[in-house]
Design a protein around this ligand. Structure first.
Ligand code: AMP
Length: 939
């Protein structure tokens, strides 16, 4: 029996309708990107959002279209947000803290048609627009006076129709627009996870999930908001919808204060104070900056009553400072983009609240309990539930109508377990009060001797050390225990410390076997785009690090110590101080017995210090995918030093002592005659030798490729070395170096006497010109060729490999996906569907319809495959399935071919898919194969 209640679709337009109608005069105050504080109301936001909707409709935006925003928290951003969602389009918040390359990938993957942008982010958009073929308009969140005089995107932007002014659009369109009227399951918002593992993944919120999340967050034991509140969401709208505050604040009618681009302690304090803020939400680092500011200025927070802190574990000193010094309640919360984001909150239960504050602290430090609407479970790796005893570590899984069921465009495949729970990737405990505590990210937890060590716990405790500014713990390989933790510490400005100080500080606060095996002092600890410690980057930077105990054992082995048993870490560490800690990151001393000189800047410190300059998502083959610019010398190439002064003098300057490789006279069969001969200075002097070098360097790329190709062909080199490294990586770099050397050689010849050196000089220049031409040709061919290794004639019913085909392909090859997209690093194609890229770049890849019986068509296809020299793996005429493997002549690169023959009204339809076993571009090989085979079948 059905209930007899009204059914109103839960759509977010009703939130702003409610705010405008019942709290219309309530203020929304923004620190505008242009500078001044700007005041508006919910009624005005509602009206202007409707105008935005009409503007979008006029630009051709339809329900389901993605509209991006690249903006700070301001009222204008809210207007765009509700204007987009109200008409059933999808508001895609882009995170400007990502690298431009990632932003481009994400905007392409989302297929954004319009992007609203703050003035601050114009340079980002101008730089990436050429790589965003789906973007037709960019709307600048500003007025006419602040529009740039001339906006010139870098590169070609064929589909881009123009830059628009937000205030002009609002002014030009009327406010009469019908919102809603669609199903509550309709997509409302899209937000990509930061992608610390693999490509970013899109979380597609529905209207229903957003409305339910709003109702959940309003519960008193969640955010407990009221229309009397003045709310400052510091957490950006591009980070999981500002934790829902951009919905919940208008939902209650609370006044909103938007911080715009300024989130430093002084700016946040100014807003808290001048606007009378009662509630705020931000990640710990923001609060850290505010508390620092309050300490320096002696300012107080008389009005602020509650702050929600989440996104990363909240350290105890922040909770204490708010409570003890400013009488502000801290609610520690946990959540993720996939959970809308509120998952749990550390709000004291009635029983715990009665305890003295100090005894509540362990619970306040935990991430807390789930609200109504969220289910949690802890499981072991086999999926078995673990007890809520506060000790058992397990995988944290979550379920509910505000939790993602799958990622946008199916990325990552199935993400729910058999009971419908989403695996958060966090490792946690749950205690008997129901308080969940994150102990780690599953990929960060240190697995030592089969037991798990929480890196977050150690980090938090170490952060309590008065000299520590930031701390991070990672696991490093250990032969006996699999992994052991090491602690990285960034000291506060002007502080110095020893390892032992930190180990003593940890002593008694953590289990003995959790004690880090080393403490490393670093200049910086890199943060990712959402403000969290980027452990992936740290691990990458530390890949050459060896534990001190192991380094000692290694040295002992090297000098023949019969008992290289590592010293117990504690003994080593007791002896170590900060300078010694740094030493282990220094390049290996040549003599293991000699004491290496102390290094001022240890290698790892340098690496971490430069972390910010590196892209967040790095892949090994990234460089291979980006053709090197022939005009730029890559970082890896040693810079060419200045040509020595002597080179410009005609006289030879070599002296006998400098001639290398001379055998002692008594070991020379000719009694020293050769010595005299070899000691004769080479003809032509420095200039001549430099030119010899230039010729050799200029030849290097060709030699590299030739040796690689031959080596792989003859089975002397593995493909990974011959193809991936020597050909795709080293040869282009050598070519750049060769060009530079050739040009330098020309200078040498000109200044060193052209008449004498002209032959070599011309040789070097000729080789350089050939190398340059080869590079340009490679870029042209590569530029014209489809940038994919996967070409198919049908993406509606994708062609897949049978089990036999999959077995032949092997587990190491990239998977055959139903709707793949191109990875980060594919320039203007990054994030776009392979199907669309095929359609654009491989016109030959179209289904072939033949006026023949399917069996005949199958035979013709098989004959074509055999004639092309492919080896057949599956031959199943009854199913119309033929599978084969092709191999290139030189490097033996393999591709898998799938042929599908089906009956068609006209006779038979033949579809092909040819997929390389290496991801990335294939210089058009698979496209050509598909085209050639189709032509052959057609006859
Ligand atoms: P994001 O999707 O970028 O918001 O990241 C979500 C992840 O942040 C979670 O899976 C946790 O690993 C981490 N996280 C969020 N809140 C907390 C918290 N209060 N304590 C520890 N980790 C947290």
């Amino acid at each position: 029996m059905q209930g007899l209640m009204q059914h109103g679709a839960l759509t977010v337009d009703k939130i702003i309708d409610h705010a405008a109608q019942w709290h219309g005069a309530r203020e929304v105050v923004s620190r505008s990107v242009e500078g001044p504080i700007v005041r508006t109301t919910y009624a005005a936001i509602h009206e202007r959002a409707k105008r935005v909707s009409n503007a979008l409709l006029a630009l051709g935006i339809k329900p389901g279209d993605r509209v991006g925003t690249l903006a700070w928290n301001t009222a204008r951003h809210m207007e765009a947000w509700y204007g987009i969602m109200g008409i059933g389009a999808v508001c895609h918040t882009l995170n400007p803290r990502l690298f431009p390359e990632q932003i481009a990938w994400i905007a392409n993957h989302a297929g954004d048609r319009v992007i609203f942008v703050d003035l601050t982010f114009m340079p980002i958009i101008a730089g990436v627009l050429q790589h965003l073929p789906s973007v037709e308009h960019v709307v600048l969140f500003t007025d006419r006076d602040h529009m740039p005089a001339d906006f010139r995107p870098t590169g070609e932007t064929p589909n881009f129709k123009g830059l628009l002014c937000f205030e002009d659009l609002v002014e030009q369109h009327h406010a009469d627009c019908a919102w809603g009227g669609f199903d509550e399951g309709t997509a409302a918002g899209l937000c990509y996870t930061s992608g610390t593992t693999g490509d970013p993944k899109g979380v597609l919120y529905s209207h229903r999930s957003n409305v339910l999340h709003t109702l959940i967050t309003l519960q008193p034991d969640v955010m407990g908001l009221s229309q009397k509140d003045v709310i400052l969401p510091v957490v950006p709208m591009f980070h999981a919808n500002a934790w829902g505050v951009a919905f919940s604040a208008p939902g209650t009618g609370a006044k909103m204060v938007m911080p715009g681009a300024r989130m430093d302690g002084a700016s946040i304090y100014e807003l808290l104070d001048s606007e009378g803020v009662t509630f705020s939400a931000a990640v710990p680092t923001v609060w850290q900056m505010l508390l620092q500011h309050l300490k320096e200025t002696g300012a107080k927070l008389p009005v602020l009553r509650k702050v929600v802190i989440g996104g990363a574990a909240c350290p105890e000193h922040i909770i204490r400072a708010f409570h003890d010094d400013y009488d502000v309640e801290v609610v520690h919360a946990w959540g993720m983009t996939e959970t809308s984001p509120v998952g749990t909150l550390s709000v004291m239960t009635d029983a715990l609240e009665k305890l003295p504050y100090d005894q509540q602290m362990p619970y306040r430090l935990k991430q807390g309990r789930p609200p109504l609407g969220v289910e949690l479970k802890l499981t072991d790796d086999a999926g078995r539930r673990l007890p809520h005893d506060g000790k058992s570590f397990g995988n944290l899984k979550i379920k509910g109508p505000i939790i993602a069921a799958e990622y946008f465009r199916g990325a990552g495949g199935r993400i729910l377990d058999d009971e419908g729970f989403f695996d958060t990737g966090d490792v946690a405990t749950i205690d008997d009060h129901g308080f969940m505590q994150i102990t780690d990210r599953a990929k960060d937890v240190v697995k030592s001797g089969g037991e798990w060590i929480s890196t977050i716990d150690i980090e938090n405790i170490a952060l309590g050390h008065p000299k520590a500014a930031m701390t991070a713990v990672i696991g490093v390989p250990h032969p006996k225990w699999d992994e052991r933790p090491i602690l990285l510490v960034k000291l506060k400005d002007g502080e110095t410390a020893t390892k032992q100080e930190f180990l003593d500080f940890l002593h008694g606060k953590i289990a003995k076997w959790w004690t880090p095996d080393d403490v490393v002092f670093v200049d910086d600890i890199p943060l990712g785009a959402t403000g969290k410690i980027d452990k992936k980057l740290i691990r990458q930077r530390m890949k050459d690090y060896a534990l001190p105990a192991l380094a000692v054992a290694g040295a002992a082995e090297a000098i023949g110590d019969p008992d290289p048993e590592p010293e117990p870490p504690a003994a080593i560490l007791a002896a170590a101080d900060g300078a010694q800690a740094a030493r282990i990151y220094a390049p290996e001393p040549e003599d293991p017995l000699s004491e290496p000189p102390p290094l001022a800047e240890p290698r790892v410190v340098e690496a971490l210090a430069h972390a910010d300059a590196e892209p967040l998502l790095e892949s090994d083959d990234q460089e291979a995918r980006f053709p090197l610019d022939p005009l730029e010398t890559p970082d890896a190439a040693p810079p060419l030093g200045p040509v020595p002064e002597e080179a410009f003098h005609a006289e030879p300057v070599f002296v006998a002592e400098q001639a290398p490789l001379v055998l002692p006279a008594d070991r020379q069969e000719d009694g020293g005659k050769a010595r005299a001969e070899k000691a004769v200075p080479p003809k032509g002097g420095v200039a001549s030798r430099l030119l010899d070098g230039a010729v050799l360097v200029a030849l290097a790329p060709a030699v590299l490729v030739a040796v690689a190709a031959l080596g792989v062909k003859l089975g002397l080199l593995p493909q990974g070395l011959g193809y991936d490294r020597m050909t795709l990586d080293w040869a282009p770099k050598a070519a750049v170096l060769g060009v530079a050397t050739g040009v330098a050689g020309l200078f040498v010849a000109v200044f060193g006497g052209f008449a004498r050196h002209w032959k070599k000089a011309l040789g070097a220049v000729a080789i350089t010109v050939v190398t340059l031409a080869a590079m340009v040709a490679a870029n042209l061919v590569g530029g014209r060729a489809p940038p994919v290794h996967d070409v198919a004639t049908d993406w509606t019913t994708p062609l897949t490999l049978s089990d036999a085909g999959l077995a032949a392909r092997g587990a190491g090859a990239p998977p055959i996906e139903a709707d793949p997209s191109l990875p980060i690093g594919s320039l203007s194609f990054a994030g776009r569907r392979v199907a669309d890229v095929n359609a654009e770049t491989c016109p030959a890849a179209r289904p072939l319809v033949l006026a023949r019986q399917p069996a005949d068509a199958y035979d013709a296809a098989k004959a074509a495959v055999q004639a092309a020299g492919l080896s057949i793996v599956t031959d199943d005429p009854a199913d119309g399935r033929l599978e084969a493997t092709g191999r290139t002549f030189w490097f033996g690169l393999k591709d898998d071919l799938i042929v599908r023959v089906r009956p068609d009204a006209a006779g038979a339809r033949v579809d092909l898919r040819s997929v390389g076993r290496k991801a990335g571009g294939d210089l058009g090989r698979n496209c050509r194969r598909v085209g050639d085979l189709l032509a052959a079948v057609k006859g």
